[in-house]
Design a protein around this ligand. Structure first.
Ligand SMILES: O=P(O)(O)OC[C@H]1O[C@](O)(CO)[C@@H](O)[C@@H]1O
Length: 493
């Protein structure tokens, strides 16, 4: 087991206290600095030139450290033990098979195929879409050829990989994800008295072409799209490219009293939350086209490339393919790249999908499908109707495994009581793979056993370990009376 330090990301939408409290214990170098803290990355994403940190540092204990590498020294018996900080991607390149395992290193090369984050959302994130693999490769090379530096703020593609992502709520979490059924979009838009939302509703109802400017932004593949997808694309692109200030907060406020239906009310409330943070940005109206999502602790949602989404509020774990490619349409101070976003957009109304969830005693909603296997259902009308933990919450639920339909990652989240050994929902996912374990509450003790001997480590809240594939099975025991909550990231195969 190798201790790793997260990379803190400070964006304006981050929290002023959640991550500071969770990760601030002990090593304050991780959380020091003022202002909001948005994300903590446990990552082996390649470093950007110019020193922008993307990858976690691994802390390697060594009896003698090379010059300039030694950060701290302590006497252990007669030995002089040093701690050397090595960027995780460099460490993985030294011994891919031992650290990542045979299967992962053959499939993805000397690279950790997933990126784990803990995110604290105080203000809405951007209205965004992630690209597919081929779109990321094409976009990356286009920007390289155009000479846009990798770390430039107006760069969209920072690597060549598509981004598939999954969110597991650690506290209540609010978002808008994917396009809602078209009738619901029309009802929400019609409630707002202004020519722009009315025009969007007209487009959705009649399918008439919006303007040549908007139709010119349709990707080539739109030729084979359904009428519904074309209508949705046009209405979305109209609001996202509008540019002017229409006084969205006042309009949404006036609409709040007249809209009918729970889902529509939630759509309006999500749009209002976005508009309050970005009052002059008409793209907040796009949230009137999107499914409102409310996750409770332990509930989860899977975001496939192409899915438009806005995270609005809450604390969550996020795990994704090893990519930082985000295409933004609005609600942000960061670079917007509407043409590329529209090229990647999935314009078909689709209910947000929960990943497969497997767990022991973890579910009261979806029901069992034989053995300990439970299939997460779909979200509808802003309520989770399948998957995730039952009402009583994670404390009583034990561990659950969240597994979307990709091979690169899976996540276990749950609580281990003091003195109890964690019961993994699927034990094989806790061995022979590259794993990252993070304690997000209380304290736990991790143990690995391999021919060389037993290794033990206590993780208090905010501390993390990279557990190499060669370390064999990982056991986690709740520490002291209260035990702790952990995230255990692993590959899916
Ligand atoms: O562009 P923003 O609003 O800062 O959001 C970026 C963040 O959004 C996400 O893509 C969420 O989907 C994160 O993984 C990412 O770090």
């Amino acid at each position: 087991m190798i201790p790793i330090l997260p990379v803190p990301k400070r964006y304006a939408w981050g929290s002023l206290d959640r991550l500071q409290t969770m990760f601030g214990d002990g090593d304050t170098s991780v959380t020091q600095g003022s202002g909001p803290l948005a994300e903590m990355w446990f990552s082996a994403h390649e470093q950007l030139p110019g020193g922008t940190p993307m990858a976690s540092d691994a802390l390697i204990r060594e009896e003698s450290c090379g010059q300039g590498e030694e950060k701290s020294r302590s006497a252990e018996g007669d030995r002089n033990i040093g701690v050397r900080r090595v960027a995780l991607p460099d460490l993985l390149k030294q011994n891919p098979e031992g650290l990542l395992g045979r299967v992962a290193s053959r499939q993805w090369g000397p690279m950790l195929p997933y990126l784990l984050k803990v995110i604290a959302v105080r203000e809405p994130l951007s209205l965004q879409v992630h690209p597919l693999d081929f779109e990321a490769r094409r976009g990356f090379h286009r920007e390289e050829d155009a000479g846009v530096p990798l770390q430039a703020p107006d760069r969209s593609f920072r690597d060549t990989r598509g981004k598939h992502e999954m969110v597991v709520a650690l506290e209540p979490f609010a978002a808008s994800v994917g396009f809602a059924p078209i009738a619901r979009q029309i009802r929400a838009l019609r409630s707002v008295t202004h020519p722009l939302p009315q025009r969007m509703a007209d487009i959705l109802e009649s399918g008439e072409p919006s303007t040549p400017r908007i139709d010119a932004m349709m990707p080539e593949s739109a030729r084979v799209w359904s009428q519904t997808a074309r209508r949705v694309f046009r209405a979305f692109a109209l609001a996202a490219s509008y540019g002017g200030d229409i006084g969205t907060v006042g309009l949404l406020d006036a609409a709040a009293g007249c809209v009918e239906g729970n889902a529509e009310r939630l759509m309006l409330s999500n749009a209002m939350r976005a508009a309050q943070s970005f009052p002059a940005d008409a793209s907040a109206l796009c949230l009137l086209m999107m499914n409102p999502v409310r996750l409770r602790k332990g509930e989860s949602i899977s975001i496939a490339p192409g899915t438009p989404h806005v995270y609005l509020h809450g604390l969550a774990a996020e795990i994704m393919t090893n990519s930082d490619n985000v295409l933004r349409a609005g609600l942000t101070v960061k670079y917007r790249d509407l043409p590329n976003l529209l090229r990647s957009l999935n314009a078909m109304p689709t209910p947000p999908a929960a990943p497969y969830v497997v767990g022991d005693r973890a579910f009261g909603i979806a029901g069992r499908l034989g053995g300990d296997r439970v299939v997460g259902g779909l979200l509808g009308g802003g309520r989770v109707v399948g998957g995730g933990y039952a009402d009583e919450g994670v404390e009583r639920a034990g561990m659950a495994l969240y597994h979307p339909c990709v091979d690169e990652f899976s996540l276990i989240y749950g609580h281990v009581d003091g003195g109890r050994v964690a019961e993994w929902p699927l034990p094989m996912l806790a061995q022979d793979r590259p794993r990252i374990v993070v304690c997000v509450k209380g304290a736990v003790q991790c143990r690995t056993e391999r021919p060389g001997g037993i290794t033990d480590a206590v993780l208090t809240c905010g501390k993390a370990m990279f557990v190499p594939a060669s370390d064999g099975l990982l056991r986690v025991v709740g520490y002291e009376k209260t035990g702790g909550d952990i995230l255990l990231a692993s590959t899916g195969i």
